[in-house]
Design a protein around this ligand. Structure first.
Ligand code: UD1
Length: 370
């Protein structure tokens, strides 16, 4: 993996300081017809969804450049992307708020489009440190969009979240549902959506796809890359995997008194490989059309916490002890997508099952491939 430069917000450096080597051969996959393919910059490309999307794009012949500050990603993921794809890709270590680094990235690697994953994403933390979320998510996106405009890159695929909907009035949730985020994280996503919409409307951006993710889980089937939360995970699947590994004595099921068939909360879990593939469909549309599309990325099917526990036990043979606890503040009873617009506009549908999600999440958690 070639790291081209490292850059930090607030450092005062000349235009070429920190360059490591020249713009070298970025690919080793000699049999692929890469010359004709678009080159795509992935901000946050070493993260959970970014790394899986990088693998999918490389497999489909795109040229990929990763940009990440590694504040919430392990550098080891870079070697593992390379191991899966057989392709060496350029990596830029930089913060999206560092406009100079972004400008240099774009001038060193002219790209056809950006997939913008980089963001702070922990709901609880966003309520404790709102300014950090405003700075990284909103200021960072403004700087990215400014750098794109400066170099004439006018196509973007944006990682948004079902968190923009807040408490849904009706399930399944369509894209036309009112957006009333209930936390700072969700609000930053909605603000960023609005910024991109305005830039498309005013012509500064030619084409955009806004992707509202539901609950991404699972991992690459190789077991080489997956979700790598720092500290104790707040989300269900990584916590459940750690219980199966006996890192915690039991799963706390937050509430069994919701108005759902078994009383536990229902969510739309989507396999990260389905999600990664959806980015390629969205990218294709963005490269070939103008305007903006905003779509839900979910399976359209909800599973309760207790159903997920049962599916995990069946798929892995591992026991997951659990204990019913009070509801978690801020949680809703159910949240699942109407996924039909993505099918219509992107010709994409999720294909992997809840068993696939559990099996692949567990393979990654237990690091079978290492
Ligand atoms: C959370 C975020 C959402 C984000 C998504 C990304 C909140 C309020 N929302 O969604 O914005 O896009 O993660 O993955 O944090 N549960 C347990 N025990 C646990 C953990 C969770 O019972 O230890 C339950 C929850 O009550 C919920 C379900 O599992 O019913 C899913 O929870 P989680 O994985 O945290 O996702 P969301 O809350 O849906």
């Amino acid at each position: 993996m070639t790291v081209f430069w490292r850059s930090r917000v607030g450092t005062d450096r000349g235009a070429n300081d920190g360059m490591v080597g020249e713009v070298a051969r970025s690919h080793t996959g000699e049999s692929r017809n890469l010359g004709q393919m678009a080159r795509i910059l992935l901000t946050g490309g070493a993260g959970f969804i970014g790394s899986h999307t990088a693998v999918v794009l490389l497999e489909r012949g795109y040229n990929v450049v990763l940009l990440d500050d590694f504040s919430n990603a392990d550098r080891g993921v870079l070697e593992r992307i390379q191991r899966i794809s057989g392709i060496e890709i350029p990596v830029i270590e930089a913060d999206i708020r560092d406009e100079l680094a972004l400008t240099r990235a774009f001038s060193t690697f002219p790209v056809d489009a950006v997939i913008h994953f980089a963001a702070k994403k922990a709901v609880g933390e966003s309520e404790v440190e709102p300014l950090l979320y405003l700075d990284v998510n909103i200021v960072g996106t403004v700087r990215l969009l400014a750098a794109m405009q400066r170099v004439g890159v006018s196509r973007i695929v944006f990682s948004s979240s079902a968190a923009v909907y807040g408490e849904p009035e009706i399930c399944p949730i369509t894209e036309a549902a009112p957006a009333h985020p209930t936390n700072v994280y969700g609000r930053t996503k909605l603000v960023m959506e609005g910024m991109i919409t305005d830039l498309v409307r005013t012509g500064a951006i030619q084409s955009a796809a806004v992707l509202r993710y539901f609950n991404p889980v699972g991992a690459h089937p190789s077991g080489l890359i997956g979700e790598d939360p720092r500290g104790v995970p707040a989300n269900l699947m990584p916590y459940l995997c750690q219980v199966a590994r006996r890192r915690h004595p039991f799963l706390r099921v937050f509430g069994d008194d919701y108005p759902t068939p078994d009383g536990s909360g229902i969510r739309d879990y989507i396999h990260v490989m389905d999600l990664a593939e959806a980015h390629e469909f969205a990218l294709r549309r963005t490269l070939g059309h103008g305007g903006i599309v905003t779509v839900n990325l979910g399976t359209g099917t909800g599973y309760s916490v207790l159903q997920l526990v049962a599916a995990f036990e069946a798929a892995t043979g591992k026991k997951v002890p659990y204990s019913i606890m009070p509801r978690r503040p801020g949680d809703v009873a159910e949240c699942y997508a109407d996924a039909s617009l993505a099918a219509e506009l992107l010709q994409w549908r999720a294909t992997r099952t809840i068993e696939d999600m559990c099996r692949d999440a567990w393979r990654w958690e237990s690091r079978a491939a290492f």
